[in-house]
Design a protein around this ligand. Structure first.
Ligand code: ADP
Ligand code: DP6
Ligand code: CO
Length: 340
């Protein structure tokens, strides 16, 4: 390692947008490597509004790796940060900065420590995929600083080990995370379906209703689902593969009708609507239940509540013309036809 001894610092800064899944990643088959149970598709947002900006500095005067997130120091001891740092360090190459008189040799990187500072320009850990922007940006910036030559696909596979959704933020436009088959995760990578100019009249509106940190992290939420939900396997094996094909077709054809139908079907907003309403002080209790598939069965205790619930649902989810919303009463088996 050559250079003006003692005081030199070399930095790299990058910015990565978040992405919003339209066919969701939910459930892991490998918790350490972060390998998903299904493919997913997302749209990458523009970085002016929802992005992470990360600076990584390296200096011989740093005695350990450290990180600050939104100005507060956080621990790097978790496996996810360590895995990303290790994978990038392994691929580090010679770096020469003539201006500063610095020459870092490939093998020096193992002894050098980094200081990382990252800021999100949107709420962190509040359900807006800060982990996606954050880990994509961390991996990209480390790779820049350490002169890593890997392409975006290889970097996506490293970002995935920080947070699954992060692999999709290495590309703009519409991106698919292919779940892959290999046990070591080598083929679990992001691929760009179309770039950001392809369907550029689409507008994504983010309504930040609450910027509070969510009570259940994505990681533990999906872990619980894998353990407790018998439907998750059916979703991963039957429902999502067909939705992925239809979604790719909708994006290719810029077919908004089909895109919207699939996006809504894959989301769980009905559950949230019902749950929030039921938690509200004084609100009537209602129940929901799902069979395999997106169709919600809602149960209200009486006609008054049923009518309120229907009004609310129709307000939030106006049905397409051919949809039939039906209310059934619980009762005896009714005789539809008298024995003739
Ligand atoms: P979100 O819905 O925001 O993605 P998660 O629970 O999935 O919430 O992830 C939140 C975690 O992501 C944070 O606790 C932190 O570990 C990580 N994270 C968020 N922003 C960044 C960032 N800019 N750089 C690195 N890691 C980040
Ligand atoms: C609902 O990528 O945050 O946003 O891999 O455990 O870090 P970890 O989870 P994360 O989960 C994202 C879940 C989701 C759907 C999606 O982005 O596909
Ligand atoms: Co996340």
């Amino acid at each position: 390692m050559a250079g003006a001894q003692g005081g030199w610092v070399l930095t790299a800064t990058a910015r990565s947008p978040t992405n919003i899944a339209v066919i969701k990643y939910w459930g892991k088959r490998d918790e350490t490597l972060i390998l998903p149970v299904n493919d997913s598709i997302s749209v990458t947002l523009d970085p002016d509004h929802l992005s992470a900006t990360t600076t990584v500095a390296v200096s011989p005067s740093f005695d350990r790796d450290r990180m600050w997130l939104n100005g507060t120091e956080i621990s790097l001891s978790g496996g996810r940060f360590q895995n990303c740092l290790r994978e990038i360090r392994q691929r580090a190459r010679d770096v020469e900065n003539k201006e500063k008189g610095i020459h870092i040799r490939k093998e020096d990187w193992e002894k050098l420590h980094v200081h990382i500072a990252s800021y999100n320009n949107f709420p962190t850990a509040a359900g807006l995929a800060s982990s996606a922007a954050g880990f994509a940006c961390l991996v990209f910036t480390l790779a820049k600083l350490m002169n890593v030559s890997e392409d975006a696909a290889a970097l996506s596979s490293i970002a995935r080990q920080g947070s699954g959704s992060a692999c999709r933020s290495l590309y703009g436009g519409f991106v698919k995370w292919v779940k892959g088959e290999a046990a070591n995760g080598s083929d679990s990578i992001a691929v760009q379906l179309v770039d950001e100019s392809y369907w550029n009249d689409l507008v994504v509106i983010i309504a930040v209703v609450s910027s509070r940190q969510k009570e259940t992290s994505s990681t533990s939420g999906m872990r619980d689902s894998v353990v407790t939900s018998a439907l998750l396997q059916h979703r991963a094996e039957v429902i999502v593969p067909s939705r992925i094909l239809q979604m790719e077709e909708a994006i290719k054809n810029r077919n908004f009708g089909s895109f919207a139908r699939l996006t809504c079907a894959d989301s769980n907003q009905v559950i949230n609507t019902v749950e929030r309403w039921s938690q509200f002080e004084g609100a009537p209790q209602v129940a929901y239940t799902f069979d395999a598939g997106p169709n919600a069965v809602l149960i209200a205790p009486n006609r008054e509540v049923a009518s309120l619930l229907l009004q609310r649902l129709l307000f939030f989810f106006p049905p397409p013309p051919d949809t039939k919303l039906e209310g059934y009463m619980v009762g005896d088996t009714s005789i539809l036809q008298e024995a003739g």
